[in-house]
Design a protein around this ligand. Sequence first.
Ligand SMILES: [Zn+2]
Length: 370
Amino acid sequence: MKEDYYEILGISKGATVAEIKKAYRKKAIEDHPDKNPGDEKAEERFKKAAEAYEVLSDSDKKARYDQYGHQAFEGGGFGGGGGMNMDDIFSQFGDIFGGGGFGGFSGFGGGGGRRTVKGSNLRIRVKLTLEEIANGVEKKIKVKRKKVAQGTTYNTCGTCNGSGQVTRIQNTILGRMQTSATCSTCGGGGQMVDKKPTNADAHGMLATEETVSIKIPAGVVDGMQLKVTGKGNDAPGNGVTGDLLVAIEELPHAALQREGDNLHYDLYISFSEAALGTSKEIDTVTGKVRIKIDTGAQSGKILRLRNKGIPSINGYGTGDLLVHVNVWTPKTLSKEQKEFFEKMNDDEHFQPKPEKEDKSFFEKVKDMFS
Ligand SMILES: [Zn+2]
């Protein structure tokens, strides 16, 4: 059970934007890893608070959370918070603690000891059809990345010794506290440009366009975020290149509805097809399939096509395709048809006689989830 975001920050549901920010700032200072070295519980609280703030500080996400709770962000984290790492948290700090941010460099790379400067992450969105999601796909995406220009050389920044950060000891009401701020000499890059080509920017970088190939596994979920390591922006000097974060967006399908790993298909058959039996071609994520409808099919019947759903992203098998049979009742009748049905009104074959297997809708739903 995930903790309530409001409880994590110790605020009420009616908290204002300023109160949310203030509460988060307090928690972030208390549990900051620099202040609690080696304390995993503090780090855990620090991450939780960051995740809570990420959602509650965004009016859109907050509204979704208020309505649906944690379920609003199930299945991934993009737009939620589940997938936050320390880089994301620290990059959020520019907003919270004011100051210059990190000048395009997200700042913290390797934990412990000397920190390596890391280039900023890039974020893109990839739209996938249900078929692509079901089968897995490789996408080639054009990405605009900042790369160190050929011919650029760097010197290590003398002010911060290449860390990009300057450390200050501050006396606060919470006690003596070590805070790190972006080095103003190098802007957080840790490196000063020595020589650079004329077309490069102030950090010796060039904006380049690169086609990145992204392997998307079968079973991804809308909102999920994939990471392609080292395909973000370069960091100057010996820094580590940032990552490319790929958010998955699922395009609606014309005939199929997804529910977790299962798919649903609404099949409409005519009155006479239901009475006489028929066969129908339906869409699946792996192509068309012909299914048989028995004589005397009832509206509301659900046919389960095993393993015709979406493969589980975690590798736990494949979902099913549930075909919902709907018998179409004619809305208008010719004179002859009307006479025919009037004659049939008292016919015993036309009298409803539900048997055990013609279960009520609720029993069927119960079965489906058991
Ligand atoms: Zn510096």
